[in-house]
Design a protein around this ligand. Structure first.
Ligand code: MN
Length: 256
């Protein structure tokens, strides 16, 4: 079984969290288990760290920042333990617009502290805020101090070009590839910046919320979108992931 990549999935929001982790492991899905609050870190760390294919990410979701004022301190305290960070970022959609100032302050702290500690890999949310996210990244997390993967990117073509110039990668899901706008954006990105994701359980799979084992759906749509054979795309994604995180260059690789 060829390994696949799901670089943004909320494993802990599935009712059968432990089973999903085991599934990623059995089916060889390199999975980034993003979280929404630092209070979820320990449980994710306990379940994911012993695996070969699943890594937990320390999160502070922009949609929760307004209601959870104490999370930032907890997040900062745990940061030295985490290599992967997410889900973090900004969200200016109508339901979350009122907390945007607070979100910006929190995201700025997140970027500054990641920059100080160095070597972090971030999965970043940027709904209706791509330009602000890129401005803050440019100011507070210079390229060599950390790596950013923009998750479910929905900015403009111009914002995408700027993100590429700033060194960002993009994790692409099946929903993004369902419409022509998303497909044309994805086609505009350099192929060596692409990763796949499910964003389960927030996307629909074949039979309920999409699980990492279904990331093949994303892979097939992405292959069609950019004109690759599936096997070529498999190789490309593993190469891209290896370039991002190190340690993966072959079937024998592990997620470090
Ligand atoms: Mn998400």
């Amino acid at each position: 079984m060829t390994p696949t990549v799901d670089f943004h999935c909320h494993l802990d929001l599935f009712p059968d969290f432990e089973a999903v982790v085991a599934e990623c492991e059995a089916r060889r899905v390199y999975t980034l288990a993003v979280t929404t609050t630092p209070y979820a870190w320990q449980r994710n760390q306990d379940l994911c760290a012993p695996t070969r294919y699943v890594r937990p990410a320390l999160g502070l979701h922009p949609q929760l920042v307004g209601q959870r004022p104490r999370d930032l301190d907890r997040w900062l305290a745990l940061l030295p333990e985490a290599r992967y960070i997410g889900e973090v970022g900004l969200d200016a959609s109508p339901a979350h617009f009122s907390s945007l100032d607070r979100q910006k302050a929190v995201f700025t702290s997140v970027l500054q502290e990641c920059s100080v500690q160095g070597g972090k890999v971030l999965s970043v949310h940027s709904v209706r805020t791509a330009t602000i996210v890129l401005d803050l990244m440019e100011e507070f997390l210079p390229g060599s101090n950390g790596a950013v993967v923009l998750h479910w990117f929905s900015g403009s073509a111009r914002e995408a070009r700027r993100a590429v110039e700033l060194g960002c990668m993009f994790s692409v899901n099946a929903r993004m590839l369902a419409g022509e706008r998303g497909r044309s954006l994805v086609r505009s990105l350099p192929v060596d910046r692409l990763l796949t994701e499910t964003d389960g359980p927030f996307t629909e799979g074949i039979d309920g919320p999409m699980r990492p084992r279904e990331v093949g759906t994303t892979l097939r749509r992405l292959a069609e979108c950019i004109g690759y054979e599936e096997h070529q795309l498999h190789e490309l994604l593993l190469r891209n992931l290896g370039g991002l995180v190190g340690g993966i260059g072959s079937d024998q690789g592990v997620l470090v």
